[in-house]
Design a protein around this ligand. Structure first.
Ligand SMILES: CC(=O)SCCNC(=O)CCNC(=O)[C@H](O)C(C)(C)COP(=O)(O)OP(=O)(O)OC[C@H]1O[C@@H](n2cnc3c(N)ncnc32)[C@H](O)[C@@H]1OP(=O)(O)O
Ligand SMILES: CC(C)C(=O)C(=O)O
Length: 524
């Protein structure tokens, strides 16, 4: 039986995004998503604006079948598809899984390269064509929308590809997918292959690419496929997938967006949802995103070196080809470190409220900042505050004389604290959520000052059993932002010393007015 596909209009410049995070992405070693996680990702993909969600491989397990079914029942907007080998059981499982979808597709595939046909399938090419035709015809008895893929297409004979694809289209396939299954092809080859297939196949067929990243060319190959005639790209969030992964959705979409002058194509992706989707997939899949990953990596919109920071401060476009906000991220950050220069240092001080500082003071602090950066690597906002404030001597209105803490499991921590004050030693006892909180409450009782703790950071400043711990805190007191640190081998003591320093700063009227800068100095 031959079943011609219903005529469809292939849009000239609009590229369909077929997201396979939940199928090929889940084939990343170690990743196994449960139904609820898959559903959450699928809703996020729908909000992101993908055209097709490949929700799983229903024959793989009862869990996968149920996962695809739930997505088909509950997610509206994109086409929902499930993968099936070219056999009856797989196709029937896929059909069952997607039957409740608003727009259902079955995606069936068989390998076409000489090595896959001979060694893996152990089938003659004629038999492979027969299987493909049977699979597409069977799938068309369930749904109108059938995609056929020739696995390992890029290592297949082109004439044979044209033959099997024509047979699949005659059998009713509406989308023809050309996978670079082992990430072997090059952009030139991909462009030529698609141009060849476009000339061979009817105009109503959607041509699709599916690229793997074994040689780091998945995105370039996908874009080359589009130049050759593809109008659907298969890709995944964060580029996760089998082995080195798949073409990364965010990179493709932003390449089209940013280089519209060069690539006159558009997608339906709402780019501002990209970062959120990336974070979700990373969290649920347990696959961290490498910091230098394009678009979604931690460093993708961060500038660390002084020459770049100076350029960005003068005109962002000097070192930024897209705005972070465009992909749903915060504005680019200037990371303060040993490569930073004076321009970024001054900007960071200004953002922290230390404006109008004389040049000689900035110069002195800059030297100390470089020393600190050499020792510490990245410098955060509270490090800078401590650097500035450590210059000024804080009058010792209060000083820590002693303390005793009682704390343990299933009991409320209680702190006894003694401070030296202008009126002599004063004691107070208080409880809290933890030993530090209890000590802070006792100090507040003695001083009568109760600033709001904003950040609390602890780090070891020396090594070994008797390591010194440095507690750095920032606190808000009215409009003032104050920072202090304390060092001791006991972390409660270090915390109490930092807090007493804040009290002394309040009494001395110190602290900076906070201003919201458009560029955060360092990452808090
Ligand atoms: C390129 C890709 O990413 S393809 C998708 C890959 N994804 C997966 O494989 C994940 C899910 N897979 C699974 O859960 C299992 O492999 C199953 C359920 C699909 C099959 O499991 P099993 O029946 O135990 O078979 P097994 O995986 O060992 O071998 C695959 C069989 O499918 C055959 N096969 C492979 N591709 C196809 C195809 N497209 N059409 C028909 N048969 C195929 C193989 O030749 C082999 O057949 P054989 O057992 O007669 O030699
Ligand atoms: C089944 C196809 C689309 C695939 O995942 C591949 O060849 O990589």
């Amino acid at each position: 039986m031959t079943q011609q596909a219903a005529p469809q209009k292939v849009e000239a410049q609009r590229i369909r995004i077929f997201d396979t995070t939940l199928r090929d992405g889940e084939q990343s070693p170690g990743v196994a998503l449960n139904h609820t996680q898959k559903l959450e990702i699928a809703h996020t993909l729908a909000r992101l604006g993908v055209d097709v969600i490949e929700a799983g491989f229903p024959i793989a397990s009862p869990g996968d079948l149920e996962g695809v079914s739930r997505i088909a029942r509950e997610v509206r907007g994109p086409i929902i598809t499930g993968l099936a080998r070219a056999n009856r059981a797989d196709i029937e499982a896929a059909a069952r899984a997607v039957e409740a979808a608003e727009k259902a597709r079955i995606h069936t595939f068989i390998a076409t390269s000489p090595i896959h046909m001979a060694k893996k399938l152990q089938l003659e090419p004629d038999a492979v064509v027969e299987r493909a035709v049977m699979a597409v015809q069977l799938a068309r008895t369930f749904v109108d929308d059938v995609e056929f893929s020739a696995e390992d297409a890029t290592r297949s004979d082109w004439a044979f590809l044209a033959r099997i694809f024509k047979a699949a289209v005659e059998a009713g396939a509406t989308t023809i997918n050309v996978p670079d299954t082992v990430g072997y092809t090059t952009p030139d080859e991909m462009r030529d292959l698609f141009a060849f297939l476009k000339a061979e196949l009817p105009a109503h067929v959607y041509l699709s690419s599916h690229c793997h990243d074994d040689l780091g060319m998945a995105v370039a190959n996908s874009i080359a496929a589009v130049e050759g005639g593809a109008r659907q790209i298969e890709c995944t969030i964060n580029g996760i997938g089998e082995r080195a992964g798949n073409a990364s959705l965010e990179e493709i979409v932003m390449a089209f967006h940013t280089r519209r002058d060069h690539y006159p194509f558009e997608t339906g992706i709402r780019s501002r949802e990209i970062y959120r989707a990336s974070r979700l997939v990373s969290r649920l899949s347990g696959m961290p995103v490498q910091p230098n990953k394009a678009i979604v990596g931690d460093n993708a919109f961060a500038h660390e070196s002084g020459i770049h920071q100076d350029g960005v401060l003068k005109a962002r476009e000097t070192y930024e080809i897209m705005n972070a906000e465009l992909v749903g991220r915060e504005a680019a950050v200037l990371v303060m470190g040993k490569h930073s220069g004076r321009a970024a240092f001054r900007k960071a001080l200004n953002d922290l409220g230390y404006e109008d500082m004389p040049d000689d003071k900035v110069q002195y602090l800059f030297g100390r900042f470089k020393d600190l950066a050499d020792r510490k690597g990245q410098i955060f906002s509270d490090d800078l505050r401590a650097l500035v404030e450590s210059r000024a001597d804080v009058p010792q209105t209060f000083s820590l004389e002693g303390f005793q803490i009682t704390s343990g499991m299933n009991m409320t921590p209680v702190a006894f604290v003694r401070l030296q004050t202008p009126d002599g030693p004063v004691d107070a006892t208080s409880h809290g959520d933890g030993p530090v909180d209890a000590a802070y409450a006792a100090i507040a009782r003695i001083t009568g000052l109760n600033p709001e703790l904003e950040t609390y950071r602890i780090q070891a400043v020396t090594k070994g059993d008797d390591a010194l711990g440095e507690v750095s805190i920032t606190a808000r007191y009215g409009e003032k932002l104050l920072s202090g640190s304390g060092v001791a081998t006991d972390i409660v003591e270090a915390s109490a010393r930092a807090w007493v320093r804040i009290m002394n700063m309040i009494v001395a009227g110190m602290g900076a007015e906070r201003r919201e800068g458009d560029m955060a100095p360092g990452r808090l």
